[in-house]
Design a protein around this ligand. Structure first.
Ligand SMILES: [Zn+2]
Ligand SMILES: [Zn+2]
Length: 266
């Protein structure tokens, strides 16, 4: 049986309230044996911790401050996150990042919060889960400054989740030690340039994710997304590289374990 890792989901979302167990069952049946639950803001941290504590073998979590909420960033928030980031079930800091498309939060406010949170993740020895929308130039600026080289001890500093940049962005980011997250949009017919950028990055730098309940793949566009969609994304990745689904499952799951430092020195 193939084993997949959904590196980015929001199962704490209210749309899963009534059937979360069934969704997790379907994930397991589809071979998605691990899921990273991502919390976007302090109000979501307790729920993500509870979800990962209830299913320690299947779920780990990341706690962060989404760029939508960058205006909430304070030294007290950073202190509170520092205390929680030490917990073993907290696999990463995120999501953090920049979004110049979907929010009115001023760019300088986003850049300040993102820079502080990325620097904090580095100092805490935790990988960063980074959201970037319409902000690749500034992302490259922050990453170039804080992560000029790949890490010595691990394979990745973190992941650019739902990667949507160009080939230049992909190469810039992987050369500095970041993995790229691939989700539903890779399956959309119009996204040839995204597939080309991911192809240039190479399978060894890619991790699979659903971003559930968002970003459903082509077969379920317009519907709620869930971790069981991972094999459809994997099949498209296999097509990009001319590799088997088995290869893609094995390699991306190994990459995900390296990302979340479960197999640190692969
Ligand atoms: Zn995101
Ligand atoms: Zn997300």
């Amino acid at each position: 049986m193939l084993e997949f890792f959904d590196t980015h989901a929001h199962l704490g979302d209210g749309v899963f309230e009534t059937d979360r167990e069934t969704v997790l069952e379907r994930a397991r049946a589809a071979g998605v044996i691990n899921i990273a639950e991502i919390a976007d803001a302090p109000a979501e941290w307790p729920g993500a911790l509870a979800l990962s504590r209830a299913r320690p073998l299947q779920i780990r979590c990341a706690l962060g401050l989404h760029p939508y909420y960058a205006g909430q960033f304070t030294p007290a928030l950073l202190e509170s996150l520092a205390a929680k980031a030490k917990l073993p079930e907290v696999a990463a800091v995120g999501e953090i990042g920049l979004d110049y498309v979907k929010t009115d939060t001023p760019k300088e406010v986003q850049r300040a919060a993102f820079g502080a949170l990325l620097a904090a993740s580095l100092s805490w020895g935790k990988p960063a889960v980074i959201h970037c929308r319409g902000a690749y130039e500034d992302l490259r600026g922050v990453v170039g400054e804080l992560c000029p080289h790949p890490p010595a001890e691990f394979r990745f500093w973190g992941v650019i989740h739902c990667f949507s940049g160009g080939e230049d962005d992909a190469l810039f980011l992987i050369e500095r030690g970041f993995a790229l997250g691939v989700d539903g949009p890779v399956t959309y017919p119009k996204n040839g340039s995204l597939r080309a950028a991911l192809g240039a990055a190479g399978l060894s730098r890619l991790v699979l994710e659903t971003d559930s309940p968002y970003l459903p793949p082509q077969s379920s566009r317009g519907k709620r997304n869930e971790p069981a969609a991972i094999p459809e994304i994997a099949a498209k990745v296999a097509e990009i590289f001319g590799r088997s689904l088995e290869d893609v499952a094995r390699e991306t799951t190994a990459n995900a374990r390296a990302l979340y430092r479960e197999a640190a020195r692969v």
